[in-house]
Design a protein around this ligand. Structure first.
Ligand code: PLP
Length: 386
């Protein structure tokens, strides 16, 4: 059976080019980067080369990149690290209701420790109004954390405007760019970002590796204690192969891939909208090139996903981290969807490896499944009303 993978916001296939770059560091070049001998130096050089590559992608300095075990860890390091290091200045943080759980749960943990957090609402399209950020700033605000692109609905925030007003208020600005990295150009200097989260496995790199950009001079604390790896900001022996793979994945991304994904996203969206009672969640304009989130009104998303799964089409009903929760997505609720609409919504996310043939194949099956589920619903309604 043909398989079509449309869950690239959850994770992506590791690019063969990435696997090739990683292999030497899983086999012959296995030294500990902290060891003083030749094999250790080889590993350290590989890390520093990768750091340069990642830094260059966002116009940062190599020493401003801290490799972490995941984007979740990078988010924790940004929020908790900055909060702990600046608590004598203030204990107030501003974030949004549609952040990834890595941010929301970090904020919750800080609230339990006496910090106060403002969770900003978003528009129907999922946009944070920069003016709302401005209004929420207090004397004791130390950090604003607003994600760049949302993992469920793909909405892209105006981080340039938010960065500008944080700078003028003298407040640190963190943004989670796990979904947008390599898909939207990011220049941390031009848009005044103090901390930025990156992930490898969303861009065809390996799982279990992320990074945090921290602007030089930003007052922050480590959250993992031990050795002095990563400028003493993240203790623990580095996963050299994963770091090398991360950089190889970043290098393998291209503008051409982005244009292709955006074209396929638009085509997929048009085809879905031809089906009855389908609406698109999120913004039409400020949207990631690979994200489609559609509500199939009157159809239970989990039932539809099971049908799609049994036919080889892999998608999801939201964030992979919360897929096991029965509650409707916090993001879809925040944009004002009813429980019914939220529970009928499915996220399809594309990658550079997705083809038009994949989309046509998926659309044909979606059409068939939607029509069969709708007719079952109609029969049930007649039966129940009798
Ligand atoms: C926006 C965002 N932030 C953070 C994460 C966490 O990434 P990781 O799986 O590397 O911990 C994800 C992954 O889904 C994400 O989409």
């Amino acid at each position: 059976m043909k398989q079509v993978y449309l869950d690239n916001a959850a994770t992506t296939m590791t690019d063969p080019v990435v696997v090739k770059a990683m292999l030497p560091y899983l086999t012959i070049s296995y030294g500990n980067p902290s060891s003083p001998h030749e094999l250790g130096k080889e590993a350290q050089d590989a890390i520093e080369n990768a750091r340069k590559i990642i830094a260059a992608k966002i116009n940062a300095k190599p020493e401003e990149i801290i490799f972490t075990g995941s984007a979740t860890e990078a988010d924790n390091l940004a929020v908790k690290g900055i909060a702990y290091a600046n608590k004598s200045k203030g204990r107030h943080i501003i974030t949004s209701k549609i952040e990834h759980k890595a941010i929301l749960e970090s904020c919750k943990a800080l609230e339990a420790e006496g910090f106060s957090v403002t969770y900003l609402g978003v528009s129907r399209e999922g946009l944070v109004n920069p003016q709302d950020v401005k209004k929420a700033i207090r004397k004791d605000t130390i950090l604003v954390s607003i994600m760049h692109a949302n993992n469920e609905i793909g909405t892209v925030q105006d981080i340039a405007a938010i960065g500008k007003l944080c700078k003028s208020a003298g407040i640190y600005f963190h943004t989670d760019a796990a979904q947008s990295f390599t898909k939207i150009p990011i220049d941390v200097r031009a848009i005044n970002i103090d901390a930025l989260t990156l992930s490898a496995h969303k861009i065809h790199g390996p799982k279990g590796i992320g990074a945090l950009y921290i602007k030089q001079g930003t007052k922050t604390h480590p959250i993992i204690h031990g050795g002095s790896q990563e400028s003493a900001m993240r203790a623990g022996t580095e996963h050299v192969a994963n770091i090398v793979g991360f950089a190889a994945a970043a290098n393998a991304s291209s503008q051409q891939d982005i244009r292709k994904m955006a074209m396929l996203r638009d085509y997929f969206t048009r085809e879905l909208l031809r089906l009855p009672k389908v609406t698109i969640n999120g913004s039409k304009i400020r949207r990631l090139c690979n994200n489609i989130n559609a509500a199939f009104h009157g159809i239970d998303a989990e039932t539809m996903l099971n049908h799609l799964n049994s036919r080889g089409i892999f998608a999801s009903s939201g964030s992979a981290c919360t897929a096991s929760e029965l509650e409707p997505s916090h993001v879809l609720k925040a944009i004002g969807l009813s429980d019914e609409a939220a529970n009928s919504s499915i996220r399809f996310s594309l990658s550079k490896f997705t083809t038009k043939h994949d989309i046509d194949y998926a659309i044909a099956l979606i059409r068939e499944i939607v029509s069969s589920l709708r007719s079952i619903n109609a029969v049930n309604k007649i039966y129940i009303s009798k």
